[in-house]
Design a binder for this molecule. Structure first.
Ligand code: ARG
Length: 617
């Protein structure tokens, strides 16, 4: 995937500086520009960075790579940047940076409001399709992923300075909803007092009462007339319910005020749980993000017309389909009875998002099982040229298909009593576990949380529980299924969200204990004489590039990996370098400043996951 945001590089990242210097040298030596291939080195023994271009360039030119590396190195101006440079192995250039150079870059990062992230190069918007719940249905664990992942990506793009649209493509239109509505009307339900459980029951009831499966089978297999007559009688109520549902749908479609009002109430009841979950989860999804299937209802005929006019759709037994050159399966966009489909709505949504929302990147955070659907919709959109913004820039359409959440038995998550886990159950349980863990620790007299009021401990506990769930969801390969194991996720040790929150709280407590004011710390001269200080600083300087990389790859796990490494490098620094008991006042202040920057970056990184970072834990 190419993304224009990547074109700009973070100025305070030493790799950017090295890249520019070596680029110039390569041009001077080879007569043409080439990527110097600057990489952070895996082992500080070999310096801080490696420059790898000499090997491929030498091959191209038929010369000796070590000799070429020597030549490039001689032509590179690294005064004030590198303390040591040498050619090694088959032709790597190993660069050890000057601590003062690293300290100066870190100083720049610390005063940058974006932590070194350059302004976005692409002026177009990023559109994130997230959440996608269905009206009258309980929000499920799959919708949890669509919400958490979508919100995190939105946060990353906001951090990158992009205009972001969070689009909640609710399933709020069509026959199943009319069926539910019709049933509630027949039952004389009190719409003012409806709960989501009522809606669920009505939805299921409506599905069941309108089912004519046996009768349909009897027709299909041409059972005898007696049998069919018997079944027709038996299914009379089902037919009547379906007729009622269809009449309700027509009233809804034609804007009948009474039915529309009831329909809006169904949406309201359904969405209350979503907004509540959003608050608990600290995700930014509210009524302002609702643009469901119903929003596109007046555009569907236009979609079919556009495809027909351009010759891309053809009639097939009365239905309209878009065929593809490379596969058998066409995309059905209108049924023979004139009805539109999920795909028709999605085509209208693509056009709205690329053109009206001006999105040059549209990411659909939707269950991996909808892969074929999105492949077909995107291909059809490309065929007709709807993958362009208002000013004609190309839009990238991506389906980020995520895996399932499994229970310990590797089957879809169930509660202890064997029912499907609703989102609320799951979040309640996470908050409970987080609170238990925080309470247990607070009982220890040496804990910084010892003696805090219970309400505060509960708030920290909820933050821990939610961090556990979100981190587990975001820090792995998004496309894979994962096992939901709260015991592991809530632990303060290991690859967990609470571990990172804890690392943050520890730094906060060091800073608080120092007794120094924020101004004294933030204006202290930085010195990075110790290797552990320099290693930590170099990692902090990579924050901007990491964020750019997530924007380019949509791999949210890079954030988790980065933060884990940050916490480890911080611990190594803290072990090797006394902070509060440093030898002299200047060193103490410099180290406190390193702590403060680490804390800022850690908190900012956690915010990309929408994880709050408490002061005390
Ligand atoms: N409501 C759909 C479902 O639950 C998800 C919607 C995803 N977004 C979209 N543009 N199709 O399966």
């Amino acid at each position: 995937m190419t993304d224009a945001t990547h074109a700009q590089r973070p100025a305070c990242d030493p790799a950017t500086v090295l890249d520019a210097r070596f680029n110039r040298a390569i041009e001077a030596v080879c007569g043409r520009a080439a990527d110097p291939q600057v990489r952070a080195s895996g082992n500080p023994k070999f310096g801080d960075y490696q420059v790898n271009a000499a090997m491929s360039l030498a091959k191209e030119r038929g010369t000796n790579p070590r000799a070429l590396a020597d030549e490039i190195l001689k032509a590179t101006d690294l005064a004030g940047i590198a303390a040591k440079c040498e050619v090694a192995g088959p032709g790597f250039i190993n660069v050890t940076l000057e601590p003062a150079f690293v300290a100066a870059r870190l100083g720049e990062l610390s005063v940058s409001p974006t932590l070194g992230i350059p302004p976005a190069a692409d002026p177009h918007a990023v559109v994130i399709d997230l959440c996608g719940v269905n009206v009258a249905k309980q929000m499920h664990v799959g919708h949890l992923r669509a919400t958490i992942i979508g919100d995190s990506l939105a946060r990353v793009f906001e951090r990158l300075g992009r205009k972001v649209w969070r689009e909640n493509h609710l399933g709020d239109w069509g026959l199943p909803i009319a069926m539910t509505l019709a049933r509630l009307v027949r039952e004389k339900a009190d719409f003012a007092r409806l709960t989501l459980d009522d809606l669920n029951a009505a939805y299921r009831g409506a599905q069941k009462e309108t089912s004519t499966a046996d009768l349909d089978a009897a027709y299909e297999f041409r059972c005898g007339p007696h049998r069919i007559a018997e079944l027709e009688l038996q299914y009379e109520p089902a037919r009547a319910a379906m007729e009622h549902a269809k009449r309700t749908l027509v009233r809804l479609q034609s804007g009948d005020a009474e039915i529309v009002r009831l329909w809006e109430r169904l949406i309201e009841v359904t969405m209350e749980q979503v907004y509540e979950a959003a608050r608990t989860l600290n995700v930014k999804v509210g009524p302002e993000n609702n643009r469901g299937e119903s929003f596109y209802r007046d555009r569907l005929a236009g979609v079919v017309e556009a495809f027909a006019k351009s010759g891309l759709a053809k009639s097939d037994k009365g239905a309209m389909v878009v065929p593809f050159a490379d596969r058998e399966r066409p995309l059905l966009i209108q049924k023979s009875d004139g009805g539109f489909l999920y795909a028709t709505t999605d085509l209208a949504a693509v056009r709205f998002r690329t053109y009206e929302l001006d999105g040059s990147l549209v990411v659909y955070v939707v269950d991996a099982r909808q892969r074929d659907h999105f492949k077909d919709v995107f291909d059809a959109a490309r065929l007709i040229g709807w993958n362009t913004t208002k000013d004609g820039a190309e839009s990238t359409l991506v389906h980020l298909g995520f895996g399932a959440v499994l229970g310990a038995d590797k089957k879809p998550l169930k509660t202890r009593s064997g029912e499907n886990f609703t989102l609320k159950d799951l979040l309640d349980e996470a908050c409970e576990r987080g609170t238990a863990e925080v309470m247990r620790r607070a009982a220890d007299a040496t804990s910084p949380t010892h003696g805090l009021p219970e309400a505060e401990l509960r708030a920290i506990g909820a933050a821990v529980g939610i961090a556990a769930v979100k981190y587990a969801d975001l820090s792995g390969d998004l496309t894979k299924d994962y096992v939901f194991d709260l015991d592991r996720m809530v632990a303060f040790e290991g690859d967990t969200g609470p571990y990172l929150q804890y690392a943050h709280a520890r730094i906060a407590s060091i800073l608080a204990k120092s007794g120094e004011g924020a101004d004294a710390i933030s204006s202290a001269p930085l010195s990075l004489a110790e290797p552990a200080e320099k290693a930590l600083a170099l990692h902090l300087l990579r924050y901007a590039q990491m964020t750019l990389d997530v924007g380019r790859s949509l791999e949210t796990n890079r954030v988790g990996l980065y933060l884990r490494t940050l916490a480890e490098l911080f611990n190594a620094f803290y072990q090797a370098c006394p902070v509060l008991k440093a030898d002299d006042a200047a060193t103490r202040l410099s180290r406190l400043r390193l702590c403060a920057i680490s804390r800022t970056v850690l908190a900012d990184g956690l915010s990309l996951y929408g994880i709050v970072a408490p002061e005390r834990m």
